[in-house]
Design a protein around this ligand. Structure first.
Ligand SMILES: [Zn+2]
Length: 106
């Protein structure tokens, strides 16, 4: 049995129809309207677009159903570098400045 594999070059190119940014907003609104109408009519909706993104290949805009990639957090300077004391000292300072008093709840 011959298995046909998709390769990057055999995939249809999104760049055949690059959009302008202003069109993306309208297209996303229309997709949301279509989904909303489908929900009301209790029918399936194939619209999945949730955001637009600028294409690095064509410079135009495309729609995507994928959520935006999260920003990757990188390690920074440890917070203790910005405080003179430990956590307890910081809490005491905040309490003194804000007028809060210590003790157990009444
Ligand atoms: Zn493109």
């Amino acid at each position: 049995m011959q298995v046909r594999r998709l390769t990057a070059t055999s995939l249809p190119s999104l760049c055949q129809e690059p959009w302008e940014r202003k069109d993306i907003k309208l297209a996303l609104k229309k997709a949301e309207r279509d989904r909303s109408r489908a929900r009301l009519n209790e029918v399936a909706c194939s619209r999945r677009e949730i955001r637009g993104y600028r294409c690095t290949d064509c410079g135009g805009w495309h729609l995507s159903s994928q959520p935006a990639r999260r920003l990757r957090l990188v390690a920074g300077a440890p917070l203790t570098a910005f405080t003179t004391g430990g956590a307890a000292e910081a809490i005491r300072t905040i309490a003194a400045v804000s007028g809060l008093t210590g003790g157990t709840a009444a």
